[in-house]
Design a protein around this ligand. Sequence first.
Ligand SMILES: Cc1cc2nc3c(=O)[nH]c(=O)nc-3n(C[C@H](O)[C@H](O)[C@H](O)COP(=O)(O)OP(=O)(O)OC[C@H]3O[C@@H](n4cnc5c(N)ncnc54)[C@H](O)[C@@H]3O)c2cc1C
Length: 354
Amino acid sequence: MIDFLIIGGGIAGLSAGARLSEHGTVTVLEAEDALGYHASGRSAALFEEGYGPSSVVALNKASAEFFFTNDYLTPRGLMLVAKSDQAEQFRKDLSELGMTEISVADAMVHVPVLNPETVAYAALSEGAYDIDTDRMLQDFARTIRANAGSVLTRQKVTRIRKDGNWLVEAADVFQASTIVNAAGAWADEVARMAGIAPIGITPRRRSMARLPAPGGHDVKNWPMMLGAGETWYAKPDAGKLLVSPSEADPVEPHDAYADDMVLAEGLARYEEMVTSPVTRVETNWAGLRSFAPDGTLVLGPDPSDESFVWSAGQGGYGFQTAPAASRLVADLALGRAPELDAAMVSALTVSRLR
Ligand SMILES: Cc1cc2nc3c(=O)[nH]c(=O)nc-3n(C[C@H](O)[C@H](O)[C@H](O)COP(=O)(O)OP(=O)(O)OC[C@H]3O[C@@H](n4cnc5c(N)ncnc54)[C@H](O)[C@@H]3O)c2cc1C
């Protein structure tokens, strides 16, 4: 009999599993051949403390120490750029993200391909970091195994029943006292299987293109660039440049792929702000960012059955919030007092949506 059966082998499931494995037996079930196959393998891997609604920012802040202590972060920086007709949006983003305005000339010292004819405003934040997301996933999985837990792939859950304990059918059958639903875009589907009311998770597609370094520049130390209003972003990645149209199109849960038209329009928005044209897209992909109706995470036991615990709705913040979110999931599942303040806990727990 398993104490905590986690459904989903992405960052949400593995981080919650690692925390809970200190307190009971944990088994993680992942449908795919590999961990992190869906959203967790397709992210931009950025930590920016000010990015997201207030309850997300609280989780980001509470996660920072864990990231630094475990050496998961490398300085990246974030640069906001805007056209002359985007002044209002620029000011709004600047204050929300707590950035410092710089001149376009200074911005061009950081990113020499910026086009001074179209970029009218620029701002910089030093507090943005690349996250070593792959190492995070592997380290959490290793912690679970070191605490005598199991992390199993090719175990797609197809049926869930309750007969005193939970009986969960995948490639094998598992019996558990508590289920943790960390199924990402499929979280509502898993809830329905268990006879728990869904919470209204909407998966939203976000596409990404990998381009050769513009103009042959060494992009290693460029900051991530963000178009005002989050209409596109570009981020150096292993000597190349990732460009995203930043779309948030609602879709059904599926193995996501980039939409060619959306990608082309997003690349055009990026291209307008630089002097180096996009000549070639080396590869592209998409991932699903899954949101609850109010846009923030859904963590902890369901009020209708405390043995069904949610870790869902990570949206575009699943990595940067994982250290604190997983701690909160464990605290609530174990009936311990959370470290986060009460208002933030209420904004993150399931009751707010019922
Ligand atoms: C393009 C893009 C950029 C992003 N950039 C950032 C960023 O810079 N910083 C950041 O913090 N976040 C970012 N995110 C968000 C982050 O990637 C997600 O919030 C996070 O990966 C969600 O993790 P998850 O474990 O909930 O979901 P997933 O990684 O999707 O994991 C859920 C898992 O559940 C499994 N599953 C589903 N149903 C079943 C079933 N029935 N049985 C067994 N297994 C099942 C799935 O196979 C899947 O592997 C980005 C996302 C995208 C798409």
